[in-house]
Each structure stands twice: as structure tokens, then as C-alpha cells.
Design a protein around this ligand. Structure first.
Ligand SMILES: [Zn+2]
Length: 99
């Protein structure tokens, strides 16, 4: 899982050029794919071209980095649920671990 780190201590998911906290250049790092669900929401009203419902989860990666991504399985919507991030068609999805 790509992430970026800054000398100010901020770590964010994905490759970011500039730190959202202090504006300095960030350094690319690699974090593990293991994540845990912090919170989630279900969107029933979506823009044209999208199929409702969309399950959105905010997950925490290693070192406290956070990522907002979609989840395909409603059964994975649970705070504290552990799982992995998978990439499909350049989009990130949360997939819960086997229970
Ligand atoms: Zn910074």
C-alpha cells in the first residue's frame, strides 16, 4: 500500500507530493495492506453513473495513515473489522478478513 510521510510526522495513504499538514514535500513509503475499519457509511443517493447503494469505509493503515475507500460487501461494514486493501481498476476497496 503506497503512502507518504513528512518530516512533521504526518503519514497519509497514497502518493502525495505535498503534506496536507505543513505543505512540505513528502517521501513515498510502503505500508502493509492490513487495515482496520474506523467508521463507515452507506450512500443511497448517488450521482448519475454510479449504482446505489455505495458502501464507504474509512480505514486505518499502519502508523495511523487513513484511507477512505469503497467496500463491496455489506457484511464487512463493522467498526473494528480487520481486512485488507485490494486494488481493482485503479480503485481501492476494503475486503474484510475471513471470520
Ligand atoms: Zn508535514
Amino acid at each position: 500500500m503506497q503512502a507518504s510521510t513528512c518530516t512533521c510526522g504526518k503519514i497519509v495513504a497514497l502518493n502525495r507530493e505535498l503534506c496536507p499538514n505543513c505543505g512540505k514535500s513528502m517521501t513515498a513509503i510502503e505500508l502493509g495492506n492490513d487495515v482496520v475499519v474506523l467508521t463507515y457509511t452507506t450512500l443511497y443517493t448517488v450521482s448519475e453513473g454510479f449504482n446505489a447503494p455505495i458502501f464507504l469505509v474509512l480505514v486505518e493503515l499502519e502508523q495511523g495513515a487513513k484511507l477512505l475507500c469503497e467496500c463491496k460487501n455489506e457484511n464487512d461494514l463493522e467498526i473494528g473489522r480487520k481486512g485488507k486493501i485490494v486494488v481493482e481498476n485503479e480503485k481501492y476497496y476494503f475486503v474484510g478478513n475471513m471470520k
